[in-house]
Design a protein around this ligand. Structure first.
Ligand code: TLP
Length: 362
């Protein structure tokens, strides 16, 4: 465990290796110290100095005018949707985007939006296809298209990086049609570390960007939504409306600031470990791993060839001390993060091999 010190063999034998998500990490001692020592005030009144520092620092790193601290990535996305649209507007996004897949229909519930989805295997949107579906207010039949959302890295497509030139093509498409562009950049750090551009280059084409501190960066809580000053004013209202105004939030913002200063560069280690894990489990008979799709900290393994539905494999792995998530009926997701070291990954690979091979024999 990276911040917990080396583990001896007997401790290792009894521990669990948690590959469910990069959201499962615990703050280490330095981060906790930063939290304990944080200067705080009331952030709903706009006065928490640590939150303000975090917002300024994030805006600076991403090259955006302003930033707003929110409790979660979901709220960051929903605040951006709410602040950038009117009820009845249409939003274009990928069919497997987090916004449509994992946010309970929040765009409809909270903002009265119609979502139009476009699918692709790699999480990208094709401007040539979207072109045919853009509608403007002058035809009363249609919901006016207002906003396009992209996701980088793309979670449900396997943690894939959105190529920078393709982001820019979508920007050009938005400019041609007067549309706004939002990035779900929950894992923008991973995208940058995997060659998707610098953080500022990735953010540049977007009007608004949401980023998470609580995933690859290892903070316990917190996300930010970024945009220009006028957007931030509207986002402040939306955050309050959704119940996301937090008072002495500097305590958690301090963890985010610590993460921004110390944990951005290290996500490459997670990528290296995901690759090592993928290569190991790709050799397990029956497990299908597309190594070409392992670009960041996620590994997706198809289970059909093992005869084990994903839920069943997850259960067997749980019993063996390796925690994973079923992403679909025949697919398991494994995610590397700051609380795992090389030995954990090696051990997880061996356990997965033993469990699958054991199940095949029984
Ligand atoms: N993703 C979680 C689950 O919700 C699936 C995970 O374990 O990967 N955008 C993206 C791309 C995300 O992957 C997530 C979280 C969010 C937004 C939402 O963040 P939170 O969980 O902070 O609301």
């Amino acid at each position: 465990m990276s911040e917990g010190g080396a583990m001896n063999d007997s401790a290792r034998a009894s521990h669990t290796i948690d590959l469910r998500s990069d959201t499962v990490t615990r703050p280490g001692p330095e981060m906790r110290r930063a939290m304990a020592e944080a200067e705080v005030d009331d952030d709903v009144l706009g006065h928490d100095p640590t939150v303000l520092r975090l917002e300024r620092r994030a805006a600076e790193i991403l090259g955006m005018e302003g930033a707003l601290f929110v409790p979660s990535g979901t709220m960051a996305n929903q605040v951006a949707l709410h602040a950038q649209t009117r009820r009845g507007d249409e939003v274009f996004l990928h069919a497997q985007a987090h916004i449509i897949f994992y946010e309970q229909g929040g765009a409809a519930v909270l903002s009265g939006l119609q979502l139009r989805t476009f699918d692709s295997a790699d999480g990208t949107l094709d401007p040539g296809v979207m072109e045919e579906y853009v509608h403007h207010d002058d035809d009363i039949h249609f919901a006016p298209t207002r906003l396009v959302c992209l996701e980088d890295t793309h979670n449900h497509c396997g943690g894939l990086v959105y190529p920078l030139e393709k982001l820019r093509e979508v920007r050009a498409f938005c400019d041609r049609h007067g549309l706004l562009l939002h990035l779900d950049g929950a894992r923008i750090w991973n995208a940058a570390a995997a060659g998707g551009g610098t953080l500022a280059e990735i953010a540049a084409p977007f009007d608004t960007v949401s980023v998470c501190l609580s995933k690859g960066l290892g903070a316990p809580v917190g996300s930010l939504v970024l945009g220009d000053a006028a957007f931030i004013q509207r986002a402040l209202r939306a955050r309050k409306l959704f119940g996301g105004g937090m008072r002495q939030a500097g305590v958690i913002a301090a963890a985010g600031l610590y993460a921004l200063e110390h944990h951005v560069e290290r996500v490459v280690d997670d990528h290296r470990r995901a690759r090592a894990l993928a290569e190991r489990i790709a050799r397990v008979p029956g497990l299908a791993v597309d190594l070409g799709k392992v670009q960041t900290n996620m590994v997706y393994a198809g289970t059909r060839g093992t005869g084990l539905p994903a839920k069943e494999l997850v259960r067997l792995l749980d019993e063996a001390g390796v925690l994973t998530l079923d992403e679909s009926p025949w697919q398991v997701r494994l995610v590397t993060h700051i609380d795992l070291d090389d030995a954990d990954i090696e051990e997880a690979g061996e356990i997965i091999a033993a469990v699958v091979e054991g199940a095949a024999q029984s």
